[in-house]
Design a binder for this molecule. Structure first.
Ligand code: CMC
Length: 429
């Protein structure tokens, strides 16, 4: 596979390291034998220059603002495809035929219910628990309910675990929501499509059924699609690392959920809307922009900036269009939060600080606005991201397990602590 080499010289050592060329993107220097051959480690906190695996699933060109799933651009998928078709594409590598899609959709649809015993788990949480905390616990607990799909060395069991998670995640997220607002759980309905079923499970009550508006269900489906995968981001790398020890699939996806929750990652959609609400009125925007630029203030403009996208986030472009459609439908153009969002975006984009640092609105800037308009509380934003990203985590997990080169993930460190010293008895300290 190596078609070039790179020379590395330090002290008296000169090493020739293999280099690989990807289908698209920058070349990669293979340092896996560096310690064995040169007795040195590399140092890359935050993995800004380190490829931890090879993958055929998703490609991002942050400079061009390009996101491809199995080669297909995200804007085309968001426009022409739908979430379950994108799930198939991510999982199996190609777009399905009509018959394959029908079979896949029927398989997912027929696994939407959760084990009835799991209801008691929900009831063990406090009513004021964050739905992400509940999801984290319930998804981890799936390992205790679905014993016949935890053997990662059995390809059939891996497949069953994958379908179960994709099918049950909306049910779990909706139940977490219903529990926190004190309403009865709503069971899934298999005559509805994936997004409509989720909306109904969130908003229907026994005394009044919820009629799903097709424009809202399309917008919901697009939010799922835009979040489906994003190559080796923090939560996906967490899933890969957890799985590399051979841990069971449900526990690994729960680890991904835990990582996604942080405000620098999936928690940014909640943090962004809360920030817009805190700003409150357009006249306070300059104060918040000044705080974001102040090095002595930890405040950052949530929903701005991205580790990889340094031009624009292609998901944000689609999301912005979708936000306009939804807000138009719901007639909430005069909503104060939306006005703050629009003005904040305008002022930040015109500010040289954000231009120089290449900070643009990311997907989370607009998704929160749509979800808020649909009636979701901010606490549900990250659970919705988690349910959408489940297929990405699973696709990457399946790819890793099936790879004969798989090794347990075990980073090294630059140790700056004390060298060896003798224990001092307590009376002598
Ligand atoms: N507001 C103000 N300044 C910022 C921001 C921001 N949102 N983001 C980055 N900067 C500054 C940062 O202070 C730094 O300045 P300097 O070079 O002077 O020290 C420079 O821009 C580079 O930032 P960084 O932290 O080194 O960049 P990173 O690649 O490590 O961080 C990020 C990426 C997404 C964590 C960061 O931009 C951020 O915290 N954004 C706000 C949170 C957010 O919206 N996250 C959602 C990301 S998209 C969804 C997802 O992937 O989960």
């Amino acid at each position: 596979m190596a078609d070039k080499t790179a020379k590395l010289t330090f002290g008296d050592t000169e090493l020739e390291l293999p280099m690989y060329s990807p289908t698209v993107g920058p070349d990669v220097i293979d340092i896996s034998k560096l310690y064995a051959q040169g007795k040195v480690f590399t140092f890359d906190p935050g993995f800004t220059s380190t490829a931890a695996c090879d993958s055929t699933i998703t490609y991002i060109d942050g400079g061009k603002g390009e996101l491809l799933h199995r080669g297909y651009p995200i804007d085309q998928l968001a426009e022409k495809s739908h979430y379950l078709e994108v799930c198939y594409l991510l999982l199996y590598g190609d777009l399905p035929s009509a018959a394959e899609l029908e079979e896949f959709e029927s398989l997912v649809t027929n696994h939407t219910m959760i084990h009835e015993q799991m209801m008691f788990l929900f009831r063990g949480f406090r009513r004021d628990a964050h739905p992400m905390a509940i999801m984290n616990g319930v998804v981890g607990a799936m390992s205790a309910f679905y014993h016949d799909s935890t053997d990662i060395h059995d390809a059939h069991q891996r497949e069953v675990a994958s379908i179960r998670m994709i099918a049950k995640m909306p049910t779990i997220a909706a139940m977490a929501y219903k529990f926190t607002i004190g309403q009865p759980f709503v069971y899934p309905r298999n005559d509805l499509d994936y997004a409509s079923n989720f909306l109904r499970m969130c908003f229907s009550v026994p005394c009044e059924d919820y009629q799903v508006n097709p424009i809202l269900s399309r917008a919901m489906d697009r939010i799922f699609t835009l979040h489906a995968d994003h190559e080796q981001n923090a939560s996906t790398s967490t899933v890969r690392l957890a799985s590399s020890s051979g841990a069971n699939p449900f526990a690994c996806i729960a680890a991904g959920i835990a990582c996604l929750w942080g405000p620098a990652h999936g928690g940014a959609n909640q943090a962004c809307l809360e920030m817009l609400q805190e700003i409150g009125t357009v006249d306070r925007i300059p104060e918040y922009i000044a705080r974001a630029k102040d090095k002595n203030d930890p405040f950052r403009l949530m929903g701005f900036g991205h580790r990889v996208y340094k031009n624009f986030d292609p998901r944000a472009t689609v999301m912005k269009k979708s936000a306009d459609e939804v807000l138009d439908l719901l007639g909430v153009e005069n909503n104060p939060t939306l006005q703050v969002a629009k003005e904040l975006e305008k002022q930040a984009l015109a500010d040289p600080y954000f231009a120089e640092k290449k900070l643009f609105p990311n997907v989370d800037f607009y998704s929160g606005i749509i979800l808020n308009a649909m009636g979701f509380p901010t606490s549900m934003f990250t659970p919705i991201f988690a349910l959408s990203r489940t297929v990405g985590w699973i696709s990457q997990w399946k790819e890793m397990i099936a790879d004969p080169k798989m090794k347990i993930g075990r980073p090294r460190q630059l140790y700056l602590g004390e060298p060896m010293r003798d224990y001092v008895d307590i009376e002598k300290r």
